[in-house]
Ligand binder design. Sequence first.
Ligand code: ACO
Length: 431
Amino acid sequence: MAESTKTATLTIDGQDYELPIYSPTAGPDVIDIRKLYGQAGVFTYDPGFTSTASTDSTITFIDGGKGELLHRGYPIDQLAEKSHYLEVCYLLLYGELPSAAKLEEFESLVTHHTMLHEQMMNFFRGFRRDAHPMAIMVGVVGAMSAFYHDSTDINDPHQREVATIRLIAKMPTVAAMAYKYHIGQPFVYPRNDLDYASNFLNMCFSVPAEKYEVNPVLSRAMDRIFTLHADHEQNASTSTVRLASSSGANPFACIAAGIACLWGPAHGGANQACLEMLEEIGSVDRIPEFIERAKDKNDPFRLMGFGHRVYKNFDPRATVMKESADEVLDLLGIENNPKLQVAKALEKQALEDPYFKEKKLFPNVDFYSGIILEAMGFPTSMFTPIFALARTVGWISQWSEQLADPQLKIGRPRQLYKGETSRDYVDIENR
Ligand code: ACO
């Protein structure tokens, strides 16, 4: 923690309390309230953590006003254009871009951990055949805690690293197998001669009955989707992983908790919800009706893929994703894709609408990702599992950072209690 250079004064009932203020390398200052309860006997109140920094971190920085996302200082658009997913994984995990030799060693390590223990297939087979792949992923990743006992001593940095590599390496296998099970096709095992994204596409789309060649443009687009989703600082699922891990829980169980949180439509589930919304809108002429519904406070409908807790400007990932959508549809010869047309027109109309302007609601990363994934052949149910696969490195980097932090404390929020105060139990015959 940085030294405090400024203080804030809080006055309660005429009594002053001095609170240290810390300045980060980027972003707003933070007021340290850790001693507040001990000194003043009050809690702070911040449901949804809209103004609360839960941790120090050196991994990812977002300037929501500028629409900037940096991983270890490097802007996401540069990483999406010049780097690739496994290099970004290395950067997130170790803090610096790797040398060529280090990258090769890291890629080889990940590549040689992609297989799942064969007994894990029984877990997949235990699910109902139409189970959502996210339900399978939560279960199977949680079950990994029962398989990899040699990487669960969280106090041993080596074991932490082994768990990290295992998760990054095996997550595509888990996601692809969840998909294969969900559609009733045989599991396809990982291939170590393919790069990370191509291997995932092969495990999803090849079948034993015929040859499947991975298209390098699609593989590049897949890799870019992974890169764009790799980390996003203290979002809901990452905070879930950190909170679960703060008790010293098993690493695989912590990541399963992150997957569970990501599933919700306000978070990772938005990409599936967004494509379903574009489908429901159906044609450009129906857009005004849906915009009106999104603005109506009595209607629970929201424009999915629009708005963000942190970005109050363009989500920089959405800009790259939009370009990728054009490239992929062009490559696949999908002209006049109705959903892309609706998406582009919806974006334009919403951005011109005073409601969206005033509330600073812009398209987020999920607005265009579904269109690319659908064009590649993924059903909507696979969109969030792909997000989970890509975000695993973010979760596990933040988990590693947290466990290496000597200040680590179990996460334990307080509350503003509004229930009954102490009262005597009433016997059933007297109620
Ligand atoms: N459509 C219509 N109105 C919206 C939308 C939207 N998509 N998003 C926010 N608003 C409005 C709210 O009604 C609210 O209006 P009010 O001030 O008049 O009450 C205001 O904008 C602020 O919204 P909040 O919900 O308070 O903002 P919050 O930061 O809590 O929510 C969230 C952010 C959950 C992302 C929200 O914008 C949303 O539900 N968007 C749609 C779902 C989505 O795309 N999620 C993906 C997020 S990115 C990710 O996880 C990868």
